[in-house]
Design a protein around this ligand. Structure first.
Ligand code: ZN
Ligand code: ZN
Length: 886
């Protein structure tokens, strides 16, 4: 009964959370802005506000926040000065110059986190549940502070920064930017609880106020006493924001994906009673509130990379609009011809056909999506789609026809809706722009001096790529061209406009390079391919934030042919050269694996297939037999064959098997089990009883429990545990299988491999006859199957740290052979980009399965010379067996 009661309340809680979230999703309109001042934070509906009177749809008042401690409730939040929506608008960060920061839940206004920060001026959420805060001028202030959501109130770290005013996280660079009195700094997260400054720039003035993301490329707005600036990440230059109202002491400044600015300028002391907008201009009055900053609730800049995809000549695609839409493109292009009062889409007037009208192929499709998505072009209501209309017939009549054709759809078009129509081709002169309705924007050209009013009507700036470079898309453009390209892009960004090239190289490498150079719209005829490329960015890129120094070996006995007392065999499942080099790159050009001198290659084909699986691969080096895929510890006729463990025991050595995966999985199983089919987990577990080892550590306890293998082992004097915390207590012979050990590094596996290895060493090294240890980094393979680069890299680095431990032990001992290899490569990984200075990796997979390519064998210690050359994977077994017999 009690159990039922608990269960039903948790269901109720879930339901309630759902309802609250749902209610909130209904309540906060797509285009809203945050206003902070006094003890309050407001959310205001932009479109729903009338004249200068704001329509407030949500508010929080610290004085009413019953869950804040008294001092915070009554004093420290008296003057809120910054507020920003985080976590998809579900939560809000608030800072107050009276001395505090907080994280609020929007749905129920609960305070999730609060901390005292002297003269707090800004606050930001960082990955890993970290919160950064800027403490401005104050006896205990003038610093950047770091907190953890898990330990409220207690700063983890601080760095002095005079008059700290702004903190902004940049997800692409995995960097925190912080603004002080005259400096902009870039920090990286170190060890998950600290920051390290990696770069700084002097700002072009003094009294830095505002720091905000300016666009999807991550460029930053910076304001100081006398001006407003755009800081380009690509050129690392500050340029004045063109055509922005000239004002001193701009306190807050932001822009949304449609290009509209929101800003505040002090009127009385530091405060104002108005929130201002620009391009288009508007102003709302807050007469009863000392407003400090105002921000878009959702700027749409924390962007879907697909928003950068532009379907060039979209109407030529097999499914015009639809293909680009299905690929979530941010922009589509239609060439239009006017004939008999109707707009047709066609490349050439000869191609005009009666059923291919602009209305049918584009506007009706767009309207259909709006109907489906409850009033917006995409389900994600923050997204905007650009419809670039290229006028192919005489400008004036064609544009007039377009205006007429669009008029019935006005509510779907920016500024009212989320489709932005940008007219290109034979456009009218800029001084005529203002004669067209609000829903018509124009495609600008670099080098034209647009007046501020004309610039408002620009949807983007475009140019022919060949004006800047003859680059064919291979490698990178020459330096002179790169400079010209970044300059023209910086000009467009200074104007607040996205930039597009047409006729630019159109392949994966070119997309990548153009994005790095800051191009906003990637022009393509390969819609599906670019869609796949961009949607995969999250899983393709890894930016390291922590680095380690590999062990420096002494090379004691490395070329010697003396006795091999111990063998440590380390298997990186699925670890090919690309996986290794991804780790190399992420750790800024060094790995323990990079210290080996004696290296060979293992050919991995199984007895029945060009490409092996882990079962046949592990059977080969565990028993010296090529077998069929899926078979474990048997030959190609499925007859059981002894593993190296037989030889290890026969010579009086002890043995340990360790895996960062299930211990009944193929690689460890090949050392003790004999089954035709790797999925026979129960049988594999019982096989362990026939040839147990001294130490068995990994995951997969359930197979040992269900089959009573665990009980039988206990009656035979083995210690058996399913709790990782027992590791230090365990006495050999033991079996420790806890599923916590099979989590990925990304999900917090921690030092499992290193700790297991050390435990095994402690236990086995006193054996006078020596030992054999196999430890597997199982999940490099999982990351490859999942096609997730961050997964591969983090597993690779964890495995490499284990390699360092093994080298260290080998040096201390002189009779230990360390072998590091893989059963096969997984994922067909290639590296398309990387940075050895910053630890950035960009990878691309060619399959979700294993590949046939040879894998390296790294050897260290006595007889490591034996492992040079190119040989079959079965040779690893035969070589080890010979050495054990000596
Ligand atoms: Zn494998
Ligand atoms: Zn695999």
């Amino acid at each position: 009964m009690t159990r039922f009661f608990i269960h039903s309340t948790s269901v109720l809680a879930c339901l309630l959370t759902f309802l609250l979230n749902h209610a909130y999703a209904q309540a906060i309109p797509r285009k809203s802005f945050l206003v902070c001042g006094d003890s309050k934070v407001l959310i205001t509906d932009y479109a729903g506000s009338k004249d200068s009177i704001p329509k407030i749809v949500w508010q929080w008042d610290a004085h009413q926040a019953a869950d804040l401690p008294e001092q915070f409730r009554t004093k420290l939040f008296n003057t809120t000065d910054d507020c920003k929506a985080v976590r998809g608008g579900r939560q809000l960060l608030v800072s107050s110059s009276s001395g505090a920061v907080a994280l609020l839940n929007v749905a129920n206004k609960k305070v999730l986190f609060h901390a005292a920060v002297p003269n707090a001026h800004s606050v930001e959420l960082l990955p890993g549940d970290l919160v950064a805060a800027a403490a401005s001028v104050h006896a205990n202030g003038n610093k950047l502070m770091l907190f953890s959501l898990k330990q409220p109130g207690k700063p983890l770290y601080s760095d002095s920064l005079y008059s700290a005013h702004g903190v902004v996280w940049n997800e692409q660079r995995k960097s925190l930017f912080a603004l002080g009195y005259d400096v902009l700094r870039e920090y990286k997260i170190v060890s998950g609880n600290s920051l390290k400054m990696v770069a700084k720039w002097t700002i072009p003035g003094i009294g830095g106020h505002e720091l905000q993301p300016a666009n999807a490329a991550g460029d930053l707005f910076v304001t100081e006493h006398h001006g407003s600036w755009l800081f380009s990440l690509a050129t690392q230059q500050f340029t004045k924001i063109k055509d922005f109202p000239d004002a001193e002491n701009i306190k807050s400044l932001g822009r949304d994906a449609s290009g509209q600015y929101i800003y505040t300028i002090p009127e009385e002391s530091w405060w104002t009673f108005h929130v201002k907008f620009h391009a288009p201009a508007r102003q709302f009055a807050f007469p009863d509130m000392h407003v400090y900053k105002a921000r878009w609730f959702d700027s749409g800049l924390a962007e879907n990379p697909l928003s950068r995809a532009h379907s060039h000549n979209d109407y030529m695609q097999a499914a015009p609009f639809t293909l680009a839409y299905q690929n979530q493109f941010g922009s589509v292009e239609a060439d239009v011809h006017l004939r008999n009062d109707t707009l047709f889409v066609a490349h050439d007037s000869r191609d005009i056909s009666a059923d291919r009208t602009f209305d049918k192929l584009y506007m009706q499709q767009i309207a259909k999506q709006f109907a489906k998505n409850d009033g917006s072009i995409y389900k994600d209501k923050s997204r905007v789609m650009t419809l670039l209309v290229d006028l192919k017939t005489s400008s004036k009549p064609t544009l007039a026809a377009l205006v007429k054709a669009l008029a019935p759809y006005e509510s779907l078009l920016v500024p009212q809706g989320s489709v932005k129509v940008v007219v290109s081709g034979d456009t009218p002169a800029p001084d005529l722009f203002d004669q067209y309705p609000a829903y018509i924007f124009f495609d600008g050209r670099p080098g034209i001096n647009y007046t501020p009013a004309q610039a408002v009507k620009l949807g983007m700036i475009s140019q022919d790529f060949h004006r800047y470079s003859q680059w064919n898309g291979k490698g990178i453009p020459v330096e002179q061209d790169r400079k010209a390209i970044t300059e023209v892009i910086a000009q467009a960004h200074a104007l607040g406009k996205p930039f597009r090239f047409w006729a630019s190289p159109d392949n994966i490498n070119a997309w990548k390079i153009l994005m790095n150079l800051g191009v906003d719209y990637i022009n393509t005829d390969h819609v599906a391919e670019l869609g796949t490329f961009l949607s995969g960015r999250k899983n393709a890129e890894y930016q390291a934030t922590e680095f380690y120094k590999p062990y420096q070996p002494t090379y004691k006995n490395n070329d010697a042919m003396g006795k091999v007392k111990n063998i440590i065999l380390l298997i990186g499942d699925g670890m090919g050269l690309a996986q290794i080099y991804s780790g190399f790159t992420a750790n800024r050009g060094e790995l323990n694996l990079g210290r080996f001198l004696n290296i060979g290659f293992s050919k991995t084909a199984s007895s029945d297939n060009y490409i092996t699986d882990s079962a046949a691969g592990a059977t080969a080096f565990a028993s010296g037999n090529k077998t069929r895929n899926r078979a474990i510890g048997v030959d190609s006729n499925l007859v059981a064959v002894p593993s190296i463990i037989r030889q290890v025991k026969a010579t009086g050595r002890k043995a340990a098997l360790i895996s960062a995966g299930d211990i009944t999985d193929a690689t460890p199983a090949a050392f003790y089990a004999h089954r035709p089919e790797r999925s026979q987990m129960a049988e594999i577990a019982t096989d362990y009883l026939r040839e147990p080892v001294d130490i068995l550590i990994g995951g997969g306890y359930s197979h040992f429990a269900k089959t009573k293998t665990a009980d039988t082992l206990r009656t035979r004097g083995f210690q058996v545990s399913d709790n990782w915390e027992d590791l230090s207590k365990m006495k050999a012979p033991f079996v420790l299988l806890d599923d916590k050990n099979t989590r990925s590094m990304l999900n917090g596996r921690g030092d499992f491999l290193k700790d297991s290895f050390q435990k095994a060493l402690q236990t086995l090294q006193s054996n006078p006859k020596g030992f054999f240890m196999m430890a597997e980094g199982a999940q490099v393979d999982y990351g490859g199957h999942a096609n997730v680069v961050p997964y591969v890299v983090t597993e690779m680095l964890d495995f490499d740290k284990l390699v360092g431990e093994a080298l260290r032990f080998a040096d201390s001992n002189g009779e230990t052979l360390v072998l590091v290899t893989a059963d096969h490569e997984t994922g067909g990984l290639t590296l398309l980009d990387g940075n050895l200075k910053t630890g950035y990796v960009d990878g691309q997979f060619s399959t979700t399965d294993h590949t046939a390519i040879m894998v390296p064998v790294f050897a260290y210690g006595p007889h490591s010379l034996d492992f040079r050359g190119v040989y079959e994977n079965t040779e690893i077994y035969h070589k080890m067996k010979r050495l054990l017999a000596k």
